[in-house]
Unconditional design. Structure first.
Length: 128
């Protein structure tokens, strides 16, 4: 079976969403004993799974975007614990290796919105 068949994609999306919920729950409950994470509410906005489900990239954003680098460092420091917790709750053949990245999609959306509101751009859009 090919890697990019719809079934694989749906499965990767489903598992990614499971992992996102688990990570969100762990972080919201404060199960990770880390001073930095205890001080910040962290949103797990998306988890993208590799086609073989062995790797998971979690996109995170601290509330109000504060101390993003410190939060990422704390998550990376506690990756082993988080991987064990996720592996215990998700039924897959292999435990996924977690990788944490900052979610820049909100910043990108704000940048695009700002561009669209510029008078010269708005004028060009109105002429369509």
């Amino acid at each position: 079976m090919k890697q990019d068949t719809p079934e694989r994609s749906v499965r990767a999306l489903r598992v990614g969403e499971q992992v996102r919920h688990i990570l969100s729950e762990i972080l919201a409950r404060g199960d990770v004993h880390d001073d930095t994470l205890a001080k910040h509410m962290v949103s797990v906005t998306e988890v993208r799974m590799s086609p073989d489900l062995r790797h998971a990239t979690a996109f995170v954003k601290p509330l109000l975007g504060e101390d993003e680098e410190a939060v990422l460092k704390a998550l990376r420091t506690n990756t082993a614990y988080l991987q064990r917790e996720v592996a215990a709750r998700v039924r897959t053949k292999f435990a996924a290796k977690l990788k944490f990245l900052a979610d820049d999609s909100f910043d990108e959306g704000t940048r695009i919105d700002t561009l669209l509101r510029k008078p010269e751009v708005a004028r060009d859009l109105d002429e369509s």
